[in-house]
Design a protein around this ligand. Structure first.
Ligand code: ADP
Length: 585
């Protein structure tokens, strides 16, 4: 990692802290007061001890006074500490929320191809765990760092004021400690990054196993998943241990070096106690306390290095998402969706997900306003890709797509998608009530609108029979609908949205005759009068389409209506023959 990038991660992280200046300043000020008090405690102890042992007679009065004063100092220090912890917690939660919010906003804005390349569990791990790590590094790192530096400064001053001869000894192990600390920080960031990556992998495996649970049961994949978990879990274990082992040498190593410093102070202090009458036992005791207090912040600064290294590794993962360019960008002066559509036109469209493999080649066709075009062809022909291009999920390599003579690149992206109704094969319903799921399409729809759309989607009957009708919860926390029912709810949602253009990815799964009839009715109601592009599988839909495009290998092979294409006696007629055989077998 280049130093420039390192700096920028820290600087960018700090930006979040400075958004809450007052809270940040409060924690630092409280930390300063608290540290100041702790630094004075040994000197007060020394005063008390020296007073007690001043004459040969034991000074009871000084002992009691001393204990009260020192006790009060401890009490005030901990009250300040309590306030500091609270301010710190508040700041921490605010910063976490802001970073997560920025990430979530970005995730909503990112183009589809960002998700093509990533696993959902891995993305979630960045939002949940990495943000926590980043926050810990900035907040704890800054706060502990400030406390450690203040303590170090205060204690050093007090030690030199008290006894420079001993203070010098305390400093002896310091250069080695600093060199070890910096060296450790360098290596440990790499280690922590590996840990974060392994943790992201484990998360994505868990999400897959939870989401794909039915498939795992159905295909008896449990032992495969166990093996996969073992491998991924072990990888995380290995990476974590590598990072931790490094600390297990660094931590105790630093402790041992500081103990040597204390030992030197004990030896030299004992010598001074014997030979120098001005060096009192109170001074000796206070000095030992200072020496001990000196190494604590040094150790802390070294461990903050570890914290910052882990935080930087996570920070890079967070900023990688935040810095992902929005490949699909609105035109600098986007037009609203054209009021008059007249037609949708693909002109010499070429497209590749990855530059090396072209998926759509030179595709040209027109869908006249209000008519239905069916895309037909074998799997992998490029039908879904064609639909994705109309929604501008991806940008074209060359050619153009126009709606009402306006290129979709010039139309405001939100307005484009608001005016195209998408009914996909996999009917996606949110974990909410029927009504809420429908209102997504038209938030201000009346009860009347809702029931009308349900009726047109042949869904009225079964929704009326649900325990709380349209207020019944669907999804994970609610009632389970059959595939055919879910499809009809999504059709009702599209009807309520009432868009001028419809893209329909017809489900391949076969349903019973009655459901098939209901869905067919709903579909007819949906496409009537709208400019429609259907990825068609059912022969009945295909036959009724005004225009059929037969695609293969990303190219348009045949174009016409059912009769025209049959009389060509080409690919389409073979396709129909095959479909009929399958159905009648
Ligand atoms: P169809 O809908 O006709 O079955 P698709 O449009 O889904 O075909 O796929 C056409 C080709 O594009 C296939 O070879 C498929 O593997 C590839 N493809 C589809 N989606 C992606 C994607 N997100 N990234 C890369 N390749 C893809």
């Amino acid at each position: 990692m280049k130093p420039k990038e390192k700096k920028s991660v820290i600087r960018r992280i700090s930006k979040y802290l400075f958004e809450h200046k007052t809270l940040f300043a409060t924690t630092l000020i409280l930390a300063c007061f608290m540290t100041g008090l702790s630094v004075f405690v040994p000197t007060v102890i020394q005063e008390v001890l020296d007073k007690i042992f001043e004459s040969d007679k034991f000074q009871n009065k000084f002992l009691i006074q001393g204990i009260v004063v020192i006790g009060l100092m401890f009490l005030v220090k901990e009250i300040l500490n309590c306030l500091r912890i609270r301010a710190n917690n508040k700041l921490e939660q605010k910063v976490i929320f802001k970073i997560r919010k920025d990430l979530h906003d970005k995730l909503l804005d990112l183009p589809i191809n960002f998700y093509d390349r990533r696993k959902s569990g891995e993305i979630a791990s960045r939002v949940v765990e990495d943000v926590q790590n980043v926050e810990r590094a900035i907040l704890d790192g800054t706060e502990q760092g400030v406390i450690a530096c203040l303590t170090l400064g205060g204690v050093t001053t007090m030690m030199f004021l008290q006894e420079p001869r001993l203070a010098f000894l305390v400093f002896l192990p310091l250069p080695i400690l600093v060199i070890l600390g910096f060296n450790y920080a360098k290596v440990s960031k790499k280690n922590w990054k590996a840990v974060r990556e392994a943790s992201g992998e484990l998360n994505s495996l868990l999400v897959e196993d939870i989401q794909g649970n039915r498939l795992i049961q159905a295909f008896a994949l449990k032992s495969r998943e166990r093996t996969r978990f073992d491998a991924t879990g072990k990888q995380l274990e290995k990476r974590s241990l590598e990072a931790m082992y490094r600390w297990s040498i660094q931590g105790p190593g630093a402790n041992f070096l500081s103990s040597l410093g204390i030992l030197a102070v004990v030896g030299m202090g004992a010598f001074l106690l014997k030979t120098d009458p001005s060096f009192t036992s109170g001074k000796f005791f206070a000095f030992l306390l200072y020496a001990n207090m000196f190494y604590e912040p040094v150790r802390q600064l070294v461990s903050i290095n570890n914290l910052i290294a882990a935080g930087k590794a996570s920070g890079e993962r967070v900023f990688e998402v935040l810095d992902t360019p929005l490949e699909i960008v609105n035109h600098y002066d986007p037009h609203p969706f054209p009021r008059k559509i007249n037609q949708v036109e693909f002109q010499k469209v070429t497209f590749a997900y990855d530059e090396r493999i072209s998926i759509i080649q030179d595709l040209s066709f027109t869908i006249p306003e209000g008519s239905t075009t069916a895309l037909v062809g074998p799997t992998g022909a490029g039908k879904s890709t064609t639909a994705n291009l109309l929604l501008r999920y991806y940008d074209l390599t060359s050619g153009s797509i126009t709606i009402g003579n306006k290129s979709i690149n010039q139309i405001d992206l939100t307005s484009l998608r608001q005016n195209i109704g998408l009914v996909s094969q996999d009917p996606f319903l949110f974990d909410a009530t029927v009504r809420e799921n429908l209102l997504l399409a038209k938030p201000n729809a009346s009860d009347n609108d809702i029931w009308k759309s349900l009726e047109m989607a042949s869904a009225k009957e079964f929704v009326e029979a649900l325990p709380a009708q349209e207020n019944t919860m669907l999804g994970e926390r609610g009632i389970r609908l059959s595939m055919g029912e879910k499809q009809r709810i999504t059709l009702a949602r599209a009807l309520l949205k009432d868009p001028p253009i419809i893209i329909l990815d017809e489900a391949t799964a076969s349903v019973d005759v009655e459901t098939e009839r209901c869905i067919q009715n709903a579909l007819e109601n949906l496409v009537r009068g709208r400019t429609t592009l259907i990825i068609a599988h059912r022969l009945s839909t295909i036959r009724n389409a005004d225009q059929i495009l037969f695609m293969e290998g990303g190219e348009l092979k045949e174009k016409g209506n059912h009769q025209e294409l049959l009389s060509l006696n080409g690919r389409y007629s073979k396709f129909c023959e095959y479909q009929e055989n399958v159905i009648h077998r």
